[in-house]
Design a protein around this ligand. Sequence first.
Ligand code: EPU
Length: 431
Amino acid sequence: MLYKYTIDGIYKVKGINNISGEVSVSGSKNASLPLMVASLLTDEPVILHNIPNLLDVQVLIKILEDLGKVIKFENNTLIIENGNNENCEASYKLVKKMRGSIMVLGPLIAKRKYCKVSYPGGCAFGPRPIDLHLMGLEKLGASIRLEEGYIKAYSNKLVGSKIDLSGKYGSTVLGTDNILMASTLAKGETIIKNAAFEPECDNLANMLIKMGAKIEGVGTNTLKINGVESLKGVEYSVIPDRIEAGTYIALALATKANIKIKNVEISHLHSVINVSKSIGAKIEIKENMILVDASKNNLKPFKIETLPYPNFPTDLQSIFTAVACTINGRSYIKESVFPDRFTHISELNRMRANVNLNKNTIVIDGGKCLSGADVQASDLRAGASLIVAASASRGISNIHRIYHIERGYENIEDKLRSLNVNITKKEDDIL
Ligand code: EPU
């Protein structure tokens, strides 16, 4: 009997090119997803600009279409209109492809009174519980049952409540989005304490306000929401992707390059800029552009800790681990958001890096020239760290399982080529 194989791609990266040039950052993946989901809260059209064309966006389009929305996506503009709202189920087949789809839970209960959403599984960096999402929705009055791998939730009318979203590892970004969206249509006042205030959460809150929601405290860790009867349609733009911008900064640091990064929101990047300056890179800022020059000074090893915004983001932890591999001396990166986000370490060590884990602190003894190797991406950001390392390595690296990378970086090959990275894509033979 023949097995059915899925063909994935490989990036072939030839390292130590002269990295230079300019690159433009796309709209933020992690901001786009909640804005798309918020369309479930209204019967009117939602038009979203600057949406990156990515695998995760395509999966969410499919989920929203299954839930009855009619969607057009062209030139980074997404038009979401109402179709048939009868289906309230997000299937395992789609939810398993993207954990972010758990966000449909709040809007569906609030607007359609019932939903059945596949329980998301773990991922490459640990179990990733959703207890805070469920606790918040129950506090708003939803009845929730877990059956046959699905979350079934009902409520005739959600009622405002006081909800504390602090967990063992800080607040929750998607949990805040979920509860915030649900509470916009709940009766009365909701107070969310220890809300996440990542720029992606603020982007959502500001769009909800434009749709007619009553929300106070945007940009802080306490949100006060006064429920309204209905929300209107909206036309809105997604913020630039701060993690994509941080990835190009890291590429410049690792390859000792001088590059220009356009279309960035500087205020979202302070922690990354400060770390890069403290390492010894020259950073110049011009409106929405960053010029990174890591070509002149010898860069210094560094110590950072990942924490919720405005601190250094966990999504750049693996990528800065690759940077540390290229800097002489010992660097330390403590991961304090996800207790188990370390699968990049073994792959970097295949490239002759010297990276070890001490509890949740990554210890990197850097400076030895990395060597190209066959490696595989285990998740999106781990994959990006391998591209950065491969670009700074002697020889050729083949990065396997690149669908992870394509989930979150729009036109990554073309953009890297515009920075003179020697990258090509080929099909991966599974056998
Ligand atoms: N947590 C709980 N209970 C919950 C929810 C979260 O204990 O109910 C824990 C998590 O296990 C973790 C911590 O709280 O230890 C923070 O997780 P959070 O819920 O904030 O993560 P998320 O909302 O699921 C989003 C991004 C991630 C990013 C994190 C942290 C999207 C689609 N995902 O995930 O992005 O790492 O916030 O900033 O926005 C990525 O882009 O590669 C990515 C993984």
